[in-house]
Design a protein around this ligand. Structure first.
Ligand code: HEM
Length: 520
C-alpha cells in the first residue's frame, strides 16, 4: 500500500485550526489532525482545546504527559496530516539495537569517549550488539504483552533463544557450550567467558519486566547446574539437550513453607523403595520459579543420611499450582506437592547426604547473575528519572532545576555506577580464578555485592517514586516502568539470600582470613 502523501503547512495555517471540530496541533514539526480523535482522547477534550494547545506547537505539553511510544502506535500515527514547512522532526524513538545517549544510561564501556580495561571492542562488542538487537526485537514486545496477560513467555521467543544458544550461555562458560554456535557463531564456545555472560544477562534485563525475565527459564539457571555438575552421564544425556533447546523445562525446588535458607529444617522426605532402586518422595515446595510449567524438578530432600538433592520428573504424585506474587504470573511461581513420587536412584545429584555441597557449589554464580540483573535494572531507572525530570515542568521549570530532585538523581547515579563497577571487578576475578579460588575468595565479595545491589535498588526505587509522584504508582503512562520496578524490587532482596544474611556472610568470610598478627 502506498504511504499517505504528507503536505506541508506553515505554523500560521495550523493556528487557524483551533476549534473542537477542526483541531490541529504540532508535535515535533509534525501536524496532527485531532478533530475526530479529540472526543476519544484518554486525557480528555479540554486538554486539547486549551488555547496553548489547539492550533499550537504542543511538543512540550505532549512529552510532559505521554511516553514516546504513544506516538509510535499505528492508530495515532494515522492522525498525522503533514509537516511544518522548512522544519524536520528532531525527536526520534530509539530503534532496535540503539545505544542510549542519556548520561549514565549505558555502562561506561558503551558510552562515547570512555574506556574499559575489561571490555575490548572485538571480543565483546559484536556479541553484545546481537543480544541487544535480539532483546529489542523479540523480548521487549513479548515481555510487555505477557506482563499484561500473565501468560508464560511465548514459545516462539524461547525457540529463538535456543537457536542463538542463549539458554546455554545463561549457564555461564563451561563444557555445556561445546559444539554450539553462540549467537550464530559470533563467539567461540572456548572464548565465552563471564563478561560475555554478563552482557547476555544485562541486555536481557532491558525488557523491563521482572516476572517475565524469570519466566524466560530462570529456573534453569539455578536448577540445571546441579544436574550438569553432579548428575550421571546417562541422566545428562537424557535431559540436558531438550532443556537447552527449550523443549523441556527445569526448576530448582528447595524452599518450603516450613523452611527457606535453613535447608536442614526442610520437611520433604525421600526414602528408598524396598528393592533400593527408587526414591519415594513426600512433601511440598513453595515459591518455585517456573514450577507451574516445569518438566523436571531439582528437589532438596531429607534422607537417612541428611540432605540429598534428587532430580524428579513430572509424573504421578507431582502437582503444581500458581502462587500469585507481587510480580506477574509470567514467571510460573509455584506451590508444589509431592505425594509418593517415585524417582530412580540414578537421579540422585551428588552424594546421598551431600546435598549441601551440591547447593553451595552454585551459590556464587547464582548470586552473581542476580547482581548483573540488579545493576542493569537500576541503570534503566536512572535513565527514566533523567528523562522525566528534564521533560516534566513544575512551577514553570524542569523538575531537574530543583536541588532536592538533583540530590536524588545524584544518589541513584552513584549507586548504579558503584554497583556496576564492583560487579565488573568481581567478574574479572571470576575470569581469572579457578573454581576453588572463587569459592574461597569470592563468596564474601559476591555476597556483599548482592546485598549492596539490592539495598541500593530499593533506595533507587523509593527515590524514583518520589520523583515521579503519583505516576510512580500508576501501571500505565509515564511512570509505568517505575511502578513495575518499585513493586517487584523487594523480590530481588530475598532470593539467593536475604540482605542481612548475605552481609553477615561477607563479614564472616573476611574474619576467617584475619591474620593473627594484625594488631593495632
Ligand atoms: C497526537 C496527540 C495525542 C495523542 C495521540 C494522545 C493520546 C493520549 C493517550 C493514549 C493517553 C493515555 C496516556 C497513557 O496512559 O500514556 C493520553 C493521556 C493524556 N493526554 Fe494525550 N494525546 C495527545 C495529545 C495531548 C496533548 C497535546 C495534551 C495537552 C496537554 C494531552 C493531554 C493529556 C493528558 C492530560 C492525559 C492524561 C495523562 C495522565 O493520566 O497522566 N494529550 N493521551
Amino acid at each position: 500500500m502506498a504511504s499517505k502523501q504528507l503536505k506541508t503547512f506553515t505554523r500560521e495555517h495550523v493556528a487557524q485550526h483551533n476549534k473542537q471540530d477542526d483541531l490541529w496541533i504540532i508535535i515535533d514539526a509534525q501536524v496532527y489532525d485531532l478533530s475526530r480523535f479529540a472526543g476519544m482522547h484518554p486525557g480528555g477534550l479540554a486538554a486539547l482545546t486549551h488555547e496553548d494547545v489547539a492550533g499550537q506547537d504542543a511538543t512540550d505539553q505532549f512529552f510532559a504527559l505521554h511516553r514516546f511510544e504513544v506516538l509510535t502506535k499505528s492508530q495515532y500515527k494515522r492522525l498525522i496530516i503533514g509537516t511544518i514547512e522548512g522544519e524536520e522532526s528532531a525527536l526520534h524513538p530509539p530503534s532496535t539495537g540503539d545505544l542510549s545517549k542519556v548520561p549514565y544510561a549505558e555502562p561506561t564501556w558503551l558510552s562515547d569517549g570512555y574506556y574499559s580495561p575489561y571490555f575490548q571492542e572485538a571480543r565483546i562488542m559484536k556479541p553484545f550488539f546481537s543480544v541487544r538487537e535480539f532483546t529489542d526485537e523479540y523480548l521487549v514486545p513479548d515481555a510487555q504483552a505477557r506482563e499484561e496477560d500473565g501468560k508464560r513467555p511465548s514459545q516462539s521467543v524461547l525457540d529463538k533463544m535456543a537457536e542463538l544458544e542463549i539458554h546455554a550461555m545463561r549457564l555461564g562458560p563451561g563444557k555445556h557450550l561445546q559444539g554450539r554456535k553462540l549467537m550464530g557463531g559470533i563467539v567461540k564456545p572456548e572464548a565465552f567467558d563471564y563478561f560475555h555472560e554478563l552482557v547476555v544477562m544485562q541486555e536481557m534485563v532491558r525488557c523491563a519486566a521482572r516476572g517475565y525475565g524469570d519466566g524466560l527459564l530462570g529456573g534453569k539457571i539455578i536448577g540445571l547446574p546441579p544436574v550438569l555438575n553432579f548428575g550421571s552421564q546417562e541422566l545428562k544425556d537424557r535431559i540436558v539437550p531438550d532443556i537447552l533447546a527449550a523443549k523441556k523445562f527445569i526448576c530448582l525446588a528447595i524452599s518450603e513453607a516450613h523452611a527457606g535458607s535453613d535447608v536442614m529444617g526442610l520437611q520433604t522426605t525421600a526414602v528408598k523403595s524396598e528393592d533400593g532402586k527408587e526414591w519415594i518422595i513426600n512433601g511440598s515446595k513453595k515459591w518455585i520459579t517456573n514450577g507451574t510449567f516445569a518438566d523436571y524438578f531439582t528437589v532438596g530432600c531429607k534422607t537417612e543420611d541428611g540432605f540429598t538433592v534428587i532430580l524428579v520428573e513430572r509424573g504421578p504424585g507431582v502437582e503444581t499450582r500458581q502462587i500469585k506474587t507481587s510480580y506477574s504470573t509470567t514467571a510460573g511461581t509455584a506451590f508444589i506437592t509431592l505425594d509418593n513420587v517415585r524417582a530412580p536412584v540414578g537421579n540422585t545429584l551428588g552424594e546421598e547426604g551431600g546435598g549441601i555441597f551440591v547447593m553451595l557449589s552454585n551459590f556464587n554464580h547464582e548470586r552473581w547473575v542476580m547482581c548483573c540483573a540488579s545493576a542493569r535494572a537500576q541503570r534503566g531507572i536512572v535513565e527514566e528519572c533523567l528523562k522525566w525530570t528534564s521533560q516534566r515542568k513544575a512551577f514553570g521549570k524542569p523538575l531537574n532545576s530543583l536541588a532536592t530532585v538533583r540530590a536524588k538523581l545524584a544518589a541513584m547515579i552513584q549507586r548504579s555506577e558503584s554497583v556496576q563497577n564492583w560487579l565488573e571487578n568481581i567478574t574479572y576475578q571470576m575470569c581469572n580464578m579457578s573454581y576453588k579460588q572463587q569459592a574461597s575468595k569470592l563468596a564474601g565479595q559476591i555476597a556483599f555485592l548482592k546485598s549492596y545491589s539490592t539495598s541500593s535498588a530499593q533506595e533507587t526505587a523509593r527515590d524514583a517514586v518520589q520523583i515521579f509522584g503519583g505516576r510512580g504508582i500508576t501501571k500505565t503512562g509515564m511512570g509505568r516502568l517505575i511502578e513495575h520496578y518499585h513493586r517487584t524490587i523487594p523480590f530481588d532482596a530475598l532470593l539467593g539470600g536475604a540482605e542481612d544474611v548475605l552481609s553477615d556472610l561477607g563479614v564472616r568470610q573476611a574474619l576467617r582470613s584475619m591474620p593473627h598478627d594484625a594488631k593495632l
